[in-house]
Ligand binder design. Structure first.
Ligand SMILES: C[S@@+](CC[C@H](N)C(=O)[O-])C[C@H]1O[C@@H](n2cnc3c(N)ncnc32)[C@H](O)[C@@H]1O
Length: 277
């Protein structure tokens, strides 16, 4: 058995008691890659091999207590970008990648035009960073109430050399003028505290509650509508991620003043609201 095979088998054995058999191969690849082990790492010394084994054991011990792998390894992939993650920010979800995809599609005719973009509740910075990566000509702003989240988002921006304007702001209680923005994006907190019993323990135990819960599922959308009404561009576009159970209620906040479309995610759940003036 060469070193790669030995480490692979070691990782599989560590994961067996704690993971579904369908996930073991994916997790093993991910963990070995994270520690820099590839099929070509066949001539590691005994000391190096033991060192990697103890790192794999530490990783699996944290997975065993239910910690999401993104928090254990402090990284995640969001579309084209590898992002640093910690427990002060939500782990970006595939639905949010879809939101960015649809928002980019909606302005694909403006290939060279410079647009002003705002992301409300930026967390790790996944939305504005991806936006700036795809459309470097745009001026991108991102706000969040959480200082630790903003620090991490800033670090991610620096790592990818992407220039974003970050701002600490409580969107519910502070005034914010939206009149410069062509596009407003948001994946706001949208879970009602009485949905807690439906939630996965690892989400409840590890993800920041300020990122998950609103007083009620419509709270942030109602506030965004008020701010849009106070002043926004005549042809402003909004893309908002939705709580699937409240999609129609959230849509009715914006109608009839705005045109709206609900877009389903890949799981066929009502997930994204597109709003146009
Ligand atoms: C659902 S998370 C979304 C994070 C990131 N955009 C994503 O999609 O992964 C919501 C974010 O809103 C932020 N937030 C919560 N309350 C806020 C408020 N009153 N004003 C501004 N941001 C807030 C949280 O800190 C969190 O980062």
């Amino acid at each position: 058995m060469n070193t790669y095979q030995e480490l692979c088998q070691f990782c599989i054995n560590e994961l067996k008691p704690i993971s579904d058999s369908s996930n073991i191969a994916i997790l093993t690849n991910y963990i070995l890659e994270y520690f820099g082990i590839s099929k070509f790492s066949i001539d590691l010394t005994e000391k190096e091999t033991q060192n990697i084994k103890s790192k794999i054991s530490e990783t699996c011990a944290q997975l065993a207590i239910g910690k999401p792998i993104q928090y254990v390894l402090n990284e995640t992939q969001f579309m084209d970008l590898k992002l640093k993650i910690n427990e002060s920010v939500l782990i970006p979800r595939p639905e949010t990648e879809e939101l960015v995809y649809y928002a980019l599609q909606s302005i694909k005719d403006y290939k060279t035009k410079k647009l002003n973009i705002l992301d409300i509740g930026t967390g790790s910075g996944c939305i504005p960073l991806m936006w700036k990566f795809k459309r470097p000509q745009d001026e991108v702003f991102a706000i969040d109430i959480s200082e630790p989240a903003l620090n991490l988002a800033q670090e991610n921006a620096k790592n990818h050399k992407l220039d974003i304007h970050f701002l600490k702001l409580d969107i519910l209680n502070q005034e914010f003028n939206l009149d410069r923005f062509d596009l407003i994006l948001s994946n706001p907190p949208y879970i009602s505290p009485n949905e807690k019993h439906l939630m996965d323990k690892s989400v409840l135990n590890y993800e920041p509650h300020i990122a998950l819960f609103a007083n009620h599922p419509l709270q942030f959308y109602e506030r965004i509508k008020i701010l849009m009404d106070k002043g926004s561009k005549p042809n402003v576009i909004g893309f908002f991620e939705l709580n699937e159970f409240f999609a129609k209620e959230i849509e009715s906040i914006f109608t009839p003043d705005y045109s709206t479309v609900i877009i389903k995610d890949l799981q066929q759940k009502d997930r994204i609201l597109k709003v146009t003036k």
